[in-house]
Design a protein around this ligand. Structure first.
Ligand code: ARG
Length: 597
């Protein structure tokens, strides 16, 4: 790669001029009028006891100028310009020869266990899960592109009062029907009964309020507490608690119903995962893992990490700036964090990972701080290699994605909405297509638009999801990038494949061409940075810029009608390389690169 050549050249020059050299040299791309590459000399001033400009000047004077490379010192920067043809040959050959592998590296070959999605089984996936899934899948691709062996997992919360609520409501009002009979997806079917339960409980609560007029006058917290207490007093709540006890003692009928309803949910999840392109190497189920933490408890007591107080067990985390944390209640039951460290240890035994990344919403930031701190105190070497990829909320134009009644906008509805918007657009452009063809293209564009919209902002930022804006063919959108890919495909389709040996790279010498070539070179650093910082949005921004650079080029210059055959072929090669990088970048985001749209 040309940047490696330049880096080596500069190191050699440092050594020759100063008898000293920096361990690494970071190269940036300056504004075009200053050159193609730039190295700031400010950080060397102290070491060399010279001004940055003096350093830059000495280096510029000494850099070997073989005619293809020119160096000048400006404001403490060593700026380097490379002959357009030399640059194009180097970069385009790399892209064309490495093709699908262009941009990949083997700098981080760790085994990384990645957890994402991790839903509860009482309702369908919602828009927040969609963000989680697209982040998780993209991260898996990014880490793998840098050489990591990635194991994708989810932990499904299949037990507890939430699924019991659905089960009880189904027993009462389900008439033994199946989702097929109801013509519904399994997860929606089960979710409906959860809502029925909540409605019935609310009805009982309202009756209670009528008889207890003082309750609405209580403070907000006290009223909420009273409502929680009322759960066990209400008829339906008491029945749910009874059913949970039966589940805990493995009552045969309750177990059978539990398995059946979870199966329905999984088949529904699976369909949504297919739409999103989400896959997992290993599914964990909380019903199998929630007791694992107990095994660690004894170990923690021996190591002095946990102590007893009032019959309960605690971890003292005050020395690392966190509150003390309950890890086992006085009745012997465990809490969320206990289950999570049990799971982490089990995963380590199973996979021997080097590091683990949890994709989980920002409301659990404190939980993961506590979890990681406890694992460190327990003395696990890998505990320093755990990362919580936290992400912000997704809002809809009308407000939050969760309405007061607990009605969440589910993932399937969102996917259907963007797909139908895309279908309208496709129909407008290609009235001659059949419905099947329209749907096929609309799915690619719709889910691509959705994913891109959710990935283009940094994970920690919240998002206001707007389907119309996401699907627009102009702007910082998925369809904008996909369209650049389709456009290049259609230009190339009229031509026979190119022989790289016959290309006149020196013809690619206009500013627009050089900008494109430099942009293609940047891809390598962009994706390694995106992987290092767990940040797919860097790839999105890059792809927008690349598409924009391509459109500017294509607006200024003809390809098929170029002045000469030589120039035409050079440009065809250039845009083939752009197409490869667009496709590779989109695939890191799990977005399809359409041939036509
Ligand atoms: N199911 C949980 C929830 O919906 C998320 C689980 C996150 N993963 C974990 N290992 N704690 O809140």
């Amino acid at each position: 790669m040309i940047t490696d050549v330049i880096r080596k050249e500069i190191q050699k020059t440092f050594k020759a001029v100063f008898d000293w050299q920096p361990t690494d040299i970071s190269i940036t791309n300056p504004e075009p009028q200053f050159g193609d590459f730039s190295v700031s000399c400010h950080q060397y001033a102290q070491e060399l006891k010279l001004s940055p400009q003096a350093i830059a000047q000495k280096l510029a004077d000494a850099v070997a100028s073989d005619g293809s490379m020119r160096a000048h010192a400006v404001a403490g920067h060593l700026n380097i310009s490379v002959d357009a043809g030399v640059l194009a040959k180097d970069v385009l050959s790399d892209v064309i020869n490495q093709d699908r592998h262009y941009g990949e590296s083997t700098t981080n070959t760790q085994k990384i266990l990645l957890e994402y999605s991790s839903p509860n089984t009482n309702k369908p996936l919602h828009l927040g899960h969609v963000r989680n899934n697209v982040l998780g899948m993209s991260l898996a691709q990014l880490l793998a592109s840098q050489g990591a062996q990635v194991i994708k997992t989810q932990i499904i919360n299949d037990r507890g009062i939430h699924i019991i609520k659905s089960m009880l409501a189904y027993q009462k009002w389900g008439h033994g029907h199946t989702p097929e009979e109801a013509g519904e997806k399994g997860d929606h079917f089960v979710g409906k009964f959860y809502v029925m339960f909540e409605r019935e409980f609310e009805r009982e609560w309202q009756v209670f309020l009528k008889d207890n007029p003082e309750v609405p006058g209580l403070s907000k917290e006290d009223a909420a507490k009273r409502r929680q207490e009322f759960f066990g007093e209400s008829e339906i709540g008491a029945q749910a608690q009874e059913m949970l006890r039966k589940w805990e003692s493995s009552d045969k009928d309750v177990m059978a119903l539990w398995k059946q309803m979870n199966e329905w949910v999984y088949s529904g999840f699976y369909e949504t995962y297919q739409e999103l392109g989400s896959t997992f190497d290993k599914d964990y189920f909380e019903s199998n893992t929630y007791l694992l933490g107990k095994k660690i408890i004894d170990e923690g007591i021996k190591k002095g990490v946990f102590y007893e107080e009032g019959g309960a067990l605690w971890a003292d985390l005050t020395d690392v700036g966190l509150d003390k944390k309950l890890v086992q209640r006085s009745d012997g039951t465990s809490v969320y964090v206990t289950q999570d460290f049990g799971l982490a240890v089990a995963r380590q035994k199973e996979f021997g990972f080097d590091g683990m990344v949890y994709v989980v919403g920002h409301e659990q930031e404190y939980h993961f701080k506590v979890l990681f701190a406890i694992l460190k105190k327990l003395g696990y070497a890998w505990a320093s290699q755990l990362h919580h990829l936290s992400y912000g909320l997704v809002f809809l134009p009308e407000g939050k994605m969760k309405s007061r009644e607990g009605k969440v906008v589910d993932a399937d509805t969102i996917i259907a909405e963007v797909t139908s918007l895309a279908a309208e657009e496709v129909k407008k452009r290609f009235p001659e297509l059949t419905d099947v063809e329209i749907l096929e293209r609309a799915e690619t564009i719709g889910t691509g638009a959705l994913k891109f919209f959710l990935l283009r902002v940094t994970p920690t930022q919240s998002i206001h999801f707007n389907p119309k804006e996401a699907i627009a063919f102009e702007g910082s959108t998925g369809p904008y990038v996909q369209y650049a890919h389709a456009r290049i495909t259609s230009i190339l389709s009229e031509e026979t494949p190119l022989e790289i040996g016959n290309i006149h790279f020196d013809r690619l010498n206009t500013p627009e061409e050089k900008t494109l070539v430099l942009k293609l070179l940047q891809y390598v650093d962009v994706i390694s940075g995106a992987a290092e910082h767990y940040n797919p949005s860097a790839v999105c921004n890059y792809l927008i810029e690349l598409s924009h650079n391509f459109n500017t080029f294509y607006h200024e210059h003809s390809v098929l009608k170029a002045e000469s055959e030589e120039l035409k072929h050079s440009r065809l090669l250039l845009i083939s390389a752009v197409r490869i990088v667009l496709r590779n970048g989109l695939s890191l985001l799990n977005i399809k690169a359409p041939e036509k749209m």
